[in-house]
Design a binder for this molecule. Structure first.
Ligand code: NAD
Ligand code: TYD
Length: 351
């Protein structure tokens, strides 16, 4: 095998798309997916590639030193793409400690393992940390986040991701660890857990349940199709300059309420419902505490230096996403009933 790449959080939403892309595109790489299978980790996301000879799954927690050391020893890991995280802002408001544990302690544990195992020879090694645009705070007065924007995290989630970003840069500066970082805007697409806005709304429209829109629905997010994020990760992993950060965004800003209206239109068409039918489900609810107003990414550096561009428009991506959820209602049911957690037992523990 040409390389052994440890992907953390590969059973989650974005991670599963990255795993699939790499397993298929690079048969000469051994891909080791390490995931603790929290509520957000779902091995059903990877059914189509789980039997590939260059793929291995390990159930482990990134905060567990012994497991991480064993994985380094067993597989001779030379590259890491680190996605494992607690990722939902609302959960971070109700349970901040879990975010500190995984995002800060877990990341530091992985950094220590990389330094310990690679010490003396960092040739051909890379620690690629996947982060979010939310570390930059909220854009209240226009403008865009660039790689030089000062950090100003405002939720326990974004603060824990900011902490992990700082630690990754500190290990580069202090120990010479070859690192890469990217900070991406909001992702959407197949396999996203229906606690996040778009899949939650798709599920509620499908089942004719009310769509909860926080506050007045005026908050703005910059949306990127998940496969475009996975492609950007591929480009940065292979061509990014060590020590550098790259912002990734869709150049695609939407107010939440406009996005929900577009989604309602698309779903009415696909479900053969009369125009305007699903929009009646919109319900304005109490706002999120400390709700960031606007995120918007300037991804000019990535475009200019590494020649990356998003490949789908929002309308195309949203239409593909709705089609996926409509065609995969069994996946959705398993997630909603918790049955997806049984998949690991039947697929992996009974062998
Ligand atoms: P997700 O919540 O869907 O998946 C996270 C995965 O990490 C799950 O499979 C979970 O089981 C695993 N995990 C959690 N804690 C773990 C631990 N302690 N040890 C091992 N595995 C653990 O998240 P996602 O949306 O796919 O996000 C992936 C990464 O991308 C995160 O680092 C997130 O901060 C970042 N990101 C997400 C977005 C977005 O819009 N979703 C945007 C930018 C950046
Ligand atoms: P979310 O998908 O949770 O991502 P993030 O908070 O990381 O941006 O939320 C996207 C936007 O949608 C955010 O402004 C909060 C809002 N939102 C709702 O209005 N209703 C909902 O039910 C959810 C989950 C989010």
């Amino acid at each position: 095998m040409k390389r052994t790449v440890l992907i953390t959080g590969g059973a989650g939403f974005i991670g599963s798309h990255v795993v699939r892309l790499f397993v298929k595109k690079y048969p000469e790489y051994r891909m080791v997916n390490l995931d603790k299978l929290s509520y957000a980790g779902n091995l059903e996301n990877l059914k189509d590639i789980e039997s590939q000879p260059n793929y291995r799954f390990i159930r482990a927690d990134i905060t567990d030193k012994v497991s991480i050391r064993n994985v380094f020893r067993e597989f001779g890991v030379d590259s890491i793409i680190h996605l494992a995280a607690e990722s939902h802002v609302d959960r971070s408001i109700s349970s901040p400690m879990e975010f500190i544990q995984t995002n800060v302690i877990g990341t530091t544990n992985l950094l220590n393992a990389a330094v310990e195992n690679w010490t003396g020879d960092f040739t051909g090694k890379v620690f690629y940390h996947i982060s979010t645009d939310e570390v930059y705070g909220s854009l209240e007065d226009g403008g865009y986040f660039t790689e030089k924007t000062a950090y100003d995290p405002r939720s326990p989630y974004s603060a824990s991701k900011a902490g992990s970003d700082h630690l990754v840069r500190a290990y580069h500066n202090t120990y010479g660890l070859p690192v890469l970082l990217s900070n991406c805007s909001n992702n959407y697409g197949p396999n996203q857990f229906p606690e996040k806005l778009i899949p939650l709304a798709i599920n509620n429209i499908l089942n004719e349940k009310s769509i909860p829109v926080y506050g007045k629905g005026e908050n703005i997010r910059d949306w990127l199709f998940v496969e475009d994020h996975a492609n950007a990760i591929d480009v940065i992993f292979h061509k990014g300059k060590k020590g550098e950060t790259y912002n990734i965004g869709g150049n695609n800003e939407w107010k939440n309420i406009d996005l929900i209206r577009l989604l309602c239109r698309i779903m009415d068409e696909k479900l053969g419902r009369p125009p305007g039918d699903s929009e009646k489900l919109v319900t304005f609810v109490k706002d999120r505490a400390g709700h960031d107003l606007r995120y918007a990414i300037d991804s000019g550096k990535l475009k200019k230096e590494l020649n990356w561009e998003p490949s789908v428009t929002f309308e195309q991506g949203l239409s593909k996403t709705v089609d996926w959820y409509l065609a995969n209602q069994e996946w959705l049911q398993h997630v909603l009933t918790g049955d997806y957690e049984k998949y690991y037992e039947t697929q992996y523990l009974s062998r």
